[in-house]
Structure formats: structure tokens, C-alpha cells
Design a protein around this ligand. Structure first.
Ligand SMILES: [Ca+2]
Length: 79
């Protein structure tokens, strides 16, 4: 699953999602998981937005993935 990182993880405590969008590491209260996600338990502790096709269209939701996967990172997104 290719994707882009959004700088959220549950490395410290499983299922406690910390998002470091402001450099402070805030516990995330709102999530946008895709259907069936998160599904990786302790093997997948970082959060990505999957890229759904070869032109880079994003799925719009989140999926957990192994933190060592090499993806690009979103720095800012306009909604
Ligand atoms: Ca996890």
C-alpha cells in the first residue's frame, strides 16, 4: 500500500494515537480511519493516507502501516 505519512502514531501505547502536527505531540481525539482500519496492531504503528492509483490520488481516509515504510510526508493540506 503506497501512501503518505501524516505524522501520527501509536508507538508509545497501542491504540493511543499521538499526532505531532504542531511539534507538541497531541493525543488525537478525532480520527478518519478507512473501513477496516486500523488493522496492524503492534506491527503497524504509524498512520498514512493510502494513495489509490498511479496518478497519486489519495483515498481521503487513514490506514495504519509499519513505521519503517518509505513514504512521502504531508506537511500541510488544504481542505
Ligand atoms: Ca498500532
Amino acid at each position: 500500500m503506497p501512501g503518505v505519512w501524516i505524522n501520527c502514531n501509536d508507538k508509545q501505547t497501542e491504540e493511543e494515537l499521538i499526532c505531532d502536527v504542531d511539534g507538541k505531540g497531541t493525543l488525537q481525539s478525532t480520527t478518519k480511519w478507512l473501513a477496516g482500519e486500523p488493522d496492524g496492531s503492534e506491527d503497524e504503528n504509524c498512520v498514512a493516507i493510502p494513495v489509490t492509483d498511479e496518478i497519486g490520488q489519495m483515498s481521503g481516509g487513514w490506514a495504519d502501516a509499519p513505521c519503517q515504510d518509505v513514504f512521502s510526508t504531508i506537511c500541510q493540506i488544504f481542505l
